[in-house]
Design a protein around this ligand. Structure first.
Ligand SMILES: [Zn+2]
Length: 87
């Protein structure tokens, strides 16, 4: 069995940041919102991104307060989706 992320996950990963920034099209937003309700992995990534955003907004004098792990995890998530086969 080949582990390939669901098509929805590819789509969500591409637009997740725009969605969370409120910049996605309304049609896209509803698709992403519905997906995040049902996909735990994307939901977690959305939370991670929001946590990073919040940390950046709150701790703007101290950007090192952002958890490096969270940023790395988000990067790996995007990379994993664009290159299926490794997990
Ligand atoms: Zn997903």
């Amino acid at each position: 069995m080949i582990r390939v992320p669901r098509l929805e996950c590819y789509h969500v990963a591409k637009v997740l940041q725009s969605y969370l920034d409120g910049e996605a099209e309304p049609a896209t937003s509803s698709v992403v919102a519905a997906h995040l309700e049902t996909c735990r992995r994307c939901g977690l990534e959305a939370q991670t991104y929001l946590a990073i955003k919040a940390a950046l907004a709150v701790g703007s004098q101290d950007p090192t307060s952002v958890e490096p792990d969270a940023v790395d995890r988000l990067k790996r998530f995007a990379e994993r989706l664009s290159s299926p086969g490794e997990d």
